[in-house]
Ligand binder design. Sequence first.
Ligand code: MG
Length: 160
Amino acid sequence: MMYRTGIAYDLHRTTPDRALRLGGVQIESPFGLLGHSDADVVLHALCDAILGAAAAGDIGDLFPNTDAQWAGADSRIFVREALKRASERGLRVSNVDVVIHAQRPKLGPHKRTIRDSVAEILGIPADAVGIKATTNEGLDAIGRGEAIACWATVLLMKDA
Ligand code: MG
């Protein structure tokens, strides 16, 4: 068995005008995230972590935010394409781990739903998906609620 790890980070500004989507789940919130697509910061980090592990570029290479066809796009499309690129290299996801940095809304009650959604999108069992949420203790832009960020790591495996 051969393994490849990937890591990624993403951040989006908050805005009152949009729905908040995290990991493919719409979360009740007085604000959403600003971005060219649906701005799902969790799926963007996962997409980039998968692409990184497969050495297949990054989300900006595949889906430029200058391309009108991705305006408002469902970020699940991006993750599916990253999985396809990995699969073309003989790689499939073993597990993922995610840290969401958000001062609000409180994500504790949503972690299981996000985990199940991510597992479904990736086609892996829920027990291969780690979803953790942390505030920024009121510090900097995330702590002031001006942005939400996400880190993701992924392990891809190849049956040699
Ligand atoms: Mg992004």
